[in-house]
Design a protein around this ligand. Structure first.
Ligand SMILES: [Mn+2]
Length: 289
């Protein structure tokens, strides 16, 4: 494969030009505030590398999703502090959104979502909701002395005033649980949704018509997704996750998404492939041909 095809999907040039592409992939290899296992900075490269060996025909959608055109952008460079990093992410994302691209951001740690959401609000206003798939509630005010920690991202979303819904949660502090029950937030704990499907319709009714999706890869069960810094038992399986996301795409307009917290394990390629395929699947669901 030539170096010119080193992009998401390993696509030939005719499908990767920025001008023609409907979708743009933004790698954000940032891990400034990781609390336990590191390695999420290597996530975007591992996802892109795995995607280059992925089958591009989607048998579920009967579609060659890549024909929408997928451009892989240069990675957002590291910055001196968490707040300046969020500003750089915001600036990169604003340009892509102003150019009318469907933005897919690849973390990196979950704190990157704040920069991306700042960009969405700047460019298109705040008439959208946020759907979070995650093992963790991420509703702490601050963590390790910074409000920009990955453990606080949904508190930042809360402060942005956006409607949000949390799915697959199975790890949170008492303070976060109290915050949820006091505020009446929409949360779908893993132990309550496992083996059921009725919750999917409820999630749809919680959210406005336009939805931004943020997927912390640790929402998946560690048996299929061990490659993440803070794994939690009892996660979602592949078909529950993809079936749910397809329903979301059929009911809502997905305006963009991110996939974060992949921390690749050397010589264990399956989780990297899973993540690449999840990104590709959701692109296929979200973007009309
Ligand atoms: Mn998480």
């Amino acid at each position: 494969m030539s170096s010119s095809s080193c992009n998401f999907g390993g696509l030939p040039e005719e499908y990767t030009s920025y001008k023609a592409a409907k979708a743009a992939i933004l790698p954000i290899p940032y891990e400034g505030t990781v609390s336990y296992g590191g390695g999420t900075a290597l996530g975007p490269d591992a996802i892109i590398k795995a995607s280059m060996n992925m089958e591009l025909y989607d048998e579920e959608l009967h579609r060659d999703t890549y024909e929408i055109g997928i451009h892989t952008l240069a990675a957002v460079k590291g910055a001196s502090s968490p707040s300046s990093m969020i500003k750089s992410i915001r600036d990169s994302a604003i340009k892509v959104l102003r150019d009318g691209k469907f933005l897919v951001s690849l973390g990196g740690e979950h704190s990157i979502t704040k920069g991306v959401l700042d960009a969405f609000i700047e460019v298109r206003g705040n008439d959208f909701g946020v759907l979070q798939l995650d093992a963790h509630a991420d509703l702490r005010d601050s963590y390790d002395d910074t409000p920009h920690s990955h453990a606080c991202i949904m508190k930042r979303v809360h402060e942005l005033g956006l409607t949000y819904s949390q799915v697959g949660i199975r790890s949170l502090s008492r303070e976060e649980a109290d915050f949820i029950s006091e505020g009446g937030q929409k949360i779908y704990f893993a132990h309550k949704i496992t083996g059921k499907t009725d919750w999917m319709e409820q999630v749809m009714s919680d959210l406005p018509d336009k939805v931004y999706v943020t997927i912390d890869i640790d929402v998946l069960d560690p048996s299929i997704m061990p490659s993440t810094g803070t794994p939690e038992p009892g996660g979602l399986d592949w078909y529950t996750t993809t079936h749910f996301l397809r329903k979301v795409s059929e009911t809502k307009e997905i305006i963009g998404f991110d996939v974060v917290e992949l921390a690749p394990i050397k010589d264990l390629p399956a989780p990297d492939f899973l993540t690449a395929k999840l990104v590709y699947k959701l692109l296929g669901y979200a973007i009309e041909a």
